[in-house]
Design a protein around this ligand. Sequence first.
Ligand code: ATR
Length: 289
Amino acid sequence: MTESDAIDATVLSGRAMLAGVVGWPVSHSRSPRLHGFWLRHHRIDGAYLPLPVRPDSLAAALRALPLLGFKGANVTVPHKEAALAIVDRASAAARRIGALNTIVVGADGTLEGQNTDGFGFRENLRAHQPDWTPTAGPAVLLGAGGAARAIAVALLEEGVSEIRLVNRTADRAERLAREINGPFQIHRWADRGAALAEAGLLVNTTTLGMTGQPPLDLDLAALPTDAVVNDIVYAPLETPLLAAARARGNPVVDGVGMLLHQARPGFAAWYGVEPEVTPALRAFVLRDL
Ligand code: ATR
């Protein structure tokens, strides 16, 4: 490759397609690196930018996306719920979850909100544990935040017939069950070990076990050894929960794949190419953690 070929591969033209991630702060987001990998891999004339937007400027910033020629954006903390009230339309999943993470600008300049976190969860589970089925047994969700809401909706769409919600703050689990409406059972945080009996899937959506956070104190004794264990924490990649589950023979799924897969629908909508989650992408994003 000549020097000018190398420059051509990285310099934008006046027709470059633009997208980005709106958050506050946004400096910790891995999305620019993730989308940047795919843009370069596919040699697309486009850019994906970090867009730091204060909460009081969210509506003005999102409304500016079509005015600036953006194809769309991802939306991250703390804006995922507020953005849902700003967009012109939202997918059924985004409305049911009560939050969005992806905006697509339509040809007419309107904003469509989507939530691809549940898609990311499901695709990651399918990629790593293709034998898991919704009939394997009750699913246990630890946590009741935004990630738990997206995963609960994904599990209901899959046809799971019982979801056990276990959260430190019971009110929040009750609100999730009321708003999402499904076959939920609420278990007390103190009874989290007993809630694992007969389960076919265990997902940690809390921040416990993440670098810098307290450990997840959970006795796995009651969990069937064929239950799939998924931790959505990906720093560290092998959390103590995954290590303990693996040691007793449970099939495990780590969390970084959900981050990678949730990005696919946005990239496809903005840049017109279906991107793939490959070992090279995974290694590239993990190198930044
Ligand atoms: P996200 O939107 O990414 O899911 P979140 O809304 O901050 O993040 O949710 C974090 C989850 O981790 C919550 O379920 C929280 O429990 P509470 O609803 O009781 O706050 C859970 N969590 C965080 N720290 C915890 C701790 N020390 N013990 C138990 N649960 C904890």
